[in-house]
Design a protein around this ligand. Structure first.
Ligand SMILES: *Cc1c(COP(=O)(O)O)cnc(C)c1O
Length: 364
């Protein structure tokens, strides 16, 4: 069986966790600090805060930016639903913008139409490991005085014109879920180059605690959104392989581009100036075919696959709250949700696996 995803954990990765367990320092110790340092080095953002998961990083970012009731936040209509849920959870309103069907990222040319006097922020998603048109989005945000929170959950290591995602916006949010490039089980990291925003995040993730003159003071109604030190150790151990992992996945992606020749599947595009990190290899099944039947067919061939992300306004909660006709208003997000197919691509696969999967799809 070739599952859709399997994290690659070495014996060394596992030992790094065991040594933290043996040390007795289970939270906010040296490994968390090291992870934050590595993430800031990797992204080029001046600060990084380790947090309990990717959704929590987005939630903290919105709270630190004082976004709440009466505010609007622009989110892509196609993403993992967490991108929009956090906006709802702070009491703000989601304003959806359709995606580009070739990249699955927010269509930057449609953002300005969605801006109103109530708009406070944009959350562009670097979907499936490919940078959104982030420089263009930053110019739009600057022009209108908006905050940008990059949802880079899937895109650790992705760049636009050589600059890493997570270093463009006011915040960059990363997930360390097992479905992403490197994992702590559950985990997340929030990057920023603004020292005062970073300070707010470290206070909010830790019960609102600030050290003042060596004394613990409770200066905000915070959360416990901390990451454990043994989780940080697990990621730190994998971090050294990240660049090689991405390069290897890029080679496997080339095999799909060479071997997956059937017209029934539209392959993803990688615009100039961007490196795809291939958190997910996502194709669009021809409209004449039933995507769910393709998933069942692949399962019979011992290949795991799934849809890639949700058309968020079409999900029950959002449909009932916003009553938007997704098929009409966000045709690309709708199509990506209905016909999108994520197929296996990760470190534990080899060229033969990708050829086998491609052959099976070509024969469909
Ligand atoms: C995975 C993911 C998240 C959520 O991350 P968790 O660590 O699972 O909370 C948010 N946004 C996107 C785009 C994701 O892919």
């Amino acid at each position: 069986m070739i599952p859709l995803m399997r994290p690659n954990l070495s014996e060394e990765d596992i030992s790094s966790v065991v040594s933290v367990l043996r040390s007795g320092m289970l939270i906010q110790g040296r490994e968390v600090e090291k992870l934050e340092k590595q993430m800031s080095d990797l992204t080029g953002a001046s600060h990084a805060a380790a947090v309990s998961n990717g959704t929590a990083t987005l939630h903290l970012a919105l709270i630190a930016l004082d976004i709440g009731p009466g505010d609007e936040v622009i989110v892509p209509a196609f993403s993992y639903v967490a991108t929009a849920n956090v906006v709802e959870l702070v009491g703000a309103k989601c304003v959806f913008v359709d995606i580009d069907i070739r990249t699955f990222n927010i269509n930057a040319t449609k953002i300005e139409d969605a801006i109103t006097p109530a708009t406070k922020a944009i959350i562009p998603v670097h979907e499936f490991g490919l940078s959104a048109d982030i420089s263009e989005i930053m110019s739009i945000a600057q022009k209108h005085g908006l905050f940008v929170i990059e949802d880079a959950a899937c895109a650790l290591g992705a760049t636009e014109n050589g600059k890493a995602v997570g270093s463009f916006g006011h915040f960059g949010s990363f997930s360390l879920h097992p479905r992403k490039a490197i994992t702590s089980g559950e985990g997340g990291v929030l990057t920023t180059s603004d020292a005062s925003l970073h300070k707010k995040i470290t206070i909010l993730r830790n019960h609102g605690i600030e050290m003042q003159d060596g004394k613990m003071q409770f200066v905000a109604a915070g959360f416990n959104y901390r990451l454990t030190d043994f989780q940080a150790a697990l990621v730190n151990s994998q971090m050294a392989r990240l660049a090689a992992q991405i390069e290897y996945k890029q080679c496997l992606a080339e095999v799909y581009f060479r071997e997956l020749t059937s017209d029934a599947f539209m392959l993803p595009s990688v615009p100039a100036g961007k490196n795809h990190t291939w958190q997910t290899f996502h194709v669009v099944v021809d409209d004449q075919l039933n995507r769910d039947e393709v998933i069942s067919y692949l399962k019979e061939k011992n290949i795991g696959s799934n849809y890639g992300a949700q058309c968020i306004p079409a999900q029950i909660y959002y449909r009932e709250k916003y009553s938007l006709d997704s098929e009409k208003l966000f045709p690309n997000a709708w199509r990506a949700f209905k016909q999108g197919l994520a197929i296996p691509l990760y470190e534990l696969l080899n060229e033969e696996d990708i050829i086998y999967i491609s052959k099976c799809l070509n024969n469909y």
